[in-house]
Each structure stands twice: as structure tokens, then as C-alpha cells.
Design a protein around this ligand. Structure first.
Ligand code: BDR
Ligand code: CA
Length: 317
């Protein structure tokens, strides 16, 4: 039987974050307990609006949404309107107000409060810059013991970066916070570009979605338009990688994981290498290289066919 999961979301709610929510909300064994927004694809207030829009669309308007960090720990913020649209959802919202309201709490405070209230219960899925999670670790150093697991969409071990030659965007936005997260003594699952750039929503899947009549399919098709424009410009294909949805699948459907290894991850914070994940897999069972037990599970491959089929049928339903 599949294990029940109580998940806290931490998102810079852009287009692929939104699709990750559509996927996760359909899993019968997953309860989305709370959500926090963070700067990244779009400003943190717009990301919170988008969380409320998408949670409402999937029939979860009562999930508490807390606004999170408006900027990285050290650097100024940077938004990605060219990839996700100025509203984070491919310029589809047309300035209409999002339903409901944020809680008065900040996202890091919400995370710490929930973790303390039920040690070992919550799984965290972070698909944006790691600023909130870094702040939560500073507020509550016991956080690693209090959460059940942490899944991060971010980083690149053997893959090229997407924000710089070596750096993946989420880590690049706030490398100092990411360093705190990978340094902390907890099991982190890294779903980086190694796996997400191999996990595409292809032309056939996009055509099936476009023909769909469900609310989820219509919404996904609308928001994907802008995302596909961007990816077509850089790859020549009207298809896109499933960054955040893959991290949601790794958390909710671990049976889709095909290949992973254990390593320690550090993050470069200097200007030239900013946001590069330095993945140390030398230990690999050899004590001479062990500075600490490998703490990060780096996912390198999922069963793309099965996951994509599951995602498309979820969105069509
Ligand atoms: C990550 O960066 C953001 O643009 C996406 O939402 C995803 O979380 C991919 O590098
Ligand atoms: Ca994201």
C-alpha cells in the first residue's frame, strides 16, 4: 500500500510549479497541508496569489498559503518574466484578483510551526529558491529532525546549468540559502537538471492536453503557451522539460525513480560560479573520502514514459 504523505509546498509559483500542484493534488495518498511562496520566477506576493489560484482550481481553497521571502539572503532578487510571464502564469491572469487571502504568518514561520507541531510528519517539497527553508533552519536549528523529508527541485550534477553554464536557476537565485539547506543534517532529495532535462512534456502529450476539456487540461494548456514559446526559442522544439512536476512525482510516486546515487552537495557562492552545485560522490562507500555520511540523494533518471502518461491522464481527468 502507498504511504500517506502530508506535504508542505514551498514555491515560486510559476508555470511548472503550478503543474506540479495539479499533479500532486490528484494523488489520493497525498494531503497538501500548507503552502508558502518565495521570490524567484515571480515576486513572492504574485507567487502566493498563484498558489491560491491553483489550489482553488484543484478544489483545495482551504489550504493555508503564507507569503515568504521577497528576496534572497544576500543578493538582490531576479525574476523570470521571459520564462513564466510577468504574473508567473504565462500572462494568463489578466490582473484578476486571486481567490482568498494569505495567512498573516510568513512562510518560514509556518514551516517551523507545523514541523514543531508534529515531528516527523511533514514532507517538504521546495520548487523555488531555498530562501524560506534557509531562514526556517536559522529560526529552528532542530528543523532537520522535525521534518520527515525534504525534496528540492534544483541543482545540476553532471548537467549544464540553465541560468549560467553551470548553475540551475533555483540554486542560482539564492546560493547562500541553498548552502544552508544542503549542509543541514537531514535527508535531502535533489531533483536537478540531470533528471528534469530528460523528462520532457513532448509534442504528443501537449497535443493531447490541448484537446482536453477538463478544467486542469484547459488551465495547463493556457499557462503552457508562454512556457513553450520560451523553450521553442531555445531548443527549436515546442516541448518543455518538467522540472517541478518531476520533483512532485519523485516525492509522491517514488516507484518512478529509476536511477539515483548518494552524495554530499556544496554550493558555490562566489560571483563566477554562483549557484553551482558541487556534488561530491567520492565517498561511494570508501571511508577514506568520507568527511560526512552522504546526505543527499541525487536523482538522475525517472521512468519518463510512465510518469508522463500519469501526468497527462491526471490533467485530462
Ligand atoms: C526551476 O526554475 C524555475 O524557473 C522553475 O520553476 C523550476 O523550479 C528550473 O530550473
Ligand atoms: Ca519553480
Amino acid at each position: 500500500m502507498t504511504e500517506t504523505r502530508d506535504v508542505i509546498l514551498d514555491m515560486d509559483t510559476g508555470i511548472d510549479d503550478a503543474i506540479a500542484i495539479l499533479f500532486l493534488a490528484s494523488r489520493p495518498h497525498v494531503r497538501i497541508a500548507a503552502a508558502g511562496s518565495v521570490h524567484g520566477n515571480t515576486p513572492a506576493d504574485a507567487a502566493a496569489d498563484n498558489l491560491r489560484r491553483v489550489l482553488s482550481l484543484v478544489g483545495l481553497p482551504d489550504v493555508p498559503v503564507a507569503m515568504g521571502a521577497v528576496r534572497p539572503l544576500v543578493r538582490p532578487p531576479h525574476f523570470a518574466g521571459e520564462v513564466h510571464g510577468d504574473d508567473g502564469l504565462g500572462n494568463t491572469t489578466g490582473g484578476t484578483p486571486a481567490p482568498g487571502a494569505n495567512t498573516g504568518e510568513s512562510a518560514p514561520e509556518q514551516l517551523v510551526r507545523l514541523a514543531r507541531s508534529a515531528p516527523g510528519r511533514y514532507d517538504l517539497l521546495a520548487t523555488g529558491p531555498l530562501t524560506n527553508v534557509g531562514i526556517a533552519l536559522i529560526l529552528e536549528p532542530e528543523l532537520p529532525r522535525l521534518l520527515r523529508s525534504v525534496t528540492v527541485m534544483g541543482g545540476a550534477a553532471d548537467a549544464s546549468g540553465n541560468m549560467s553554464p553551470l548553475a540551475e536557476a533555483n540554486i542560482w537565485h539564492d546560493p547562500e540559502a541553498a548552502k544552508l539547506v544542503f549542509d543541514a543534517p537531514w535527508p535531502v532529495t535533489m531533483v536537478g537538471l540531470d533528471v528534469t532535462m530528460r523528462t520532457y512534456l513532448d509534442e504528443d502529450a501537449i497535443a493531447r492536453l490541448a484537446a482536453g476539456t477538463s478544467e486542469k487540461a484547459k488551465f495547463a494548456t493556457a499557462i503552457l503557451r508562454h512556457y513553450l514559446d520560451f523553450y521553442e526559442m531555445i531548443s527549436g522544439r515546442r516541448a518543455c522539460p518538467l522540472h517541478d512536476p518531476t520533483s512532485a512525482a519523485v516525492l509522491a510516486n517514488p516507484e518512478y525513480i529509476v536511477e539515483a546515487y548518494a552524495a554530499n552537495v556544496d554550493v558555490a557562492c562566489s560571483d563566477d560560479a554562483r549557484g553551482t552545485t558541487i556534488v561530491d560522490r567520492r565517498a561511494n562507500g570508501r571511508p577514506a573520502f568520507l568527511t560526512r555520511e552522504p546526505a543527499t540523494r541525487v536523482i538522475t533518471r525517472v521512468d519518463v514514459e510512465r510518469f508522463r502518461e500519469d501526468l497527462v491522464s491526471t490533467l485530462l481527468a
